[in-house]
Design a protein around this ligand. Structure first.
Ligand code: IPE
Ligand code: IPE
Ligand code: MG
Length: 262
């Protein structure tokens, strides 16, 4: 059975479900503030520790040959935090990019940003563009950083682009399909997330990849982001591998298909 949305439904590995590695892992890195507060330290300390975890997890995903890793770094709602914390996060973002871009490049990692970057300083926007340009032809892991990202924003910007094309006569109303919307999202050229992880104990999506997570397997852990490590990620991947992804089919249908597919 086929759908027109261009997602992973067609691939044999998705139908087999269990025991296949996720191609795209999307993570809400939550719990930095609480990690610091537990240590009677300022929240900034937690964010700094969180950056170290990012480095380790990126390294591990590259080694493990994950295709895409999307990390939620700053949501469109995080501007509501105290000004001091926001400016600290921006500083950390800039410093991390300055330090890490060459290293990502050397490791054949392609860096991408999704989100409304116009809200960032010119300097930061320039650095983001530089990181993307420098690493654009790399072929190992694609590292997607969601910065000033909101799932609702992503859908709105896609709808706006489609509406503009309709107004210009390039598209008709009837052309609007799931596939067309997909093609206008900020993740258009990436496979859909297979595994969605949220650290820090909360069980909500917080306006992350709303459209794209439709069929992602969800994994919540109480582990705070600075404590998340390779073995925590491995545990999440193992949980993923043990699940049967049915995409609307029955389990029996998948079993029959898996026999013909192997
Ligand atoms: C996630 O950690 C990092 C960002 C949102 C930038 P938090 O800062 O949300 O940490 P908690 O949830 O307050 O512990
Ligand atoms: C989500 O975490 C955003 C990021 C991790 C960047 P939050 O900590 O901001 O989410 P809420 O506010 O608890 O939902
Ligand atoms: Mg939080």
């Amino acid at each position: 059975m086929a759908t027109d949305d261009g997602n992973s439904l067609e691939s044999a590995s998705a139908l087999l479900g269990s025991n296949t590695d996720p191609r795209h892992i999307a993570i809400i890195m939550d719990g930095n503030g609480r990690w610091a507060q537990k240590r009677f330290m300022p929240r900034a300390f937690g964010h700094q520790a969180g950056v170290k975890t990012v480095r380790k997890i990126v390294e591990y995903c590259a080694k493990r040959e994950v295709e895409v890793l999307t990390l939620f770094a700053f949501s469109s709602e995080n501007w509501r935090r105290p000004e001091e914390e926001v400016s600290l996060l921006m500083g950390l973002f800039m410093a991390t990019l300055q330090r890490e871009i060459d290293k990502l490049d050397r490791n054949n990692i392609r860096l991408r940003f999704i989100g409304d970057r116009t809200a960032f300083s010119d300097k930061l926007q320039a650095k983001m563009a530089e990181g993307e340009a420098q690493t654009k032809d790399n072929t190992a892991l694609t590292l997607v950083i969601a910065a000033n990202y909101g799932g609702r924003w992503d859908m709105c910007q896609a709808f706006r682009k489609i509406a503009e094309k309709i107004a210009a006569g390039e598209l008709k109303n009837q052309d609007i399909s799931e596939q067309l919307v997909n093609q206008h999202l900020s993740t258009a050229d990436l496979p859909e997330p297979d595994l969605f992880i949220r650290t820090g104990g909360e069980q909500r999506v917080s306006n992350f990849l709303l459209w794209q997570l439709a069929y992602a397997e969800q994994y919540f852990t109480a582990t705070l982001w600075p404590d998340f490590d390779q073995s925590s990620l491995e545990e999440a991947i193992n949980s993923f591998k043990g699940r049967q992804r049915r995409f609307g089919h029955t389990g029996d249908q998948l079993l029959a298909k898996s026999i013909t597919l192997t």
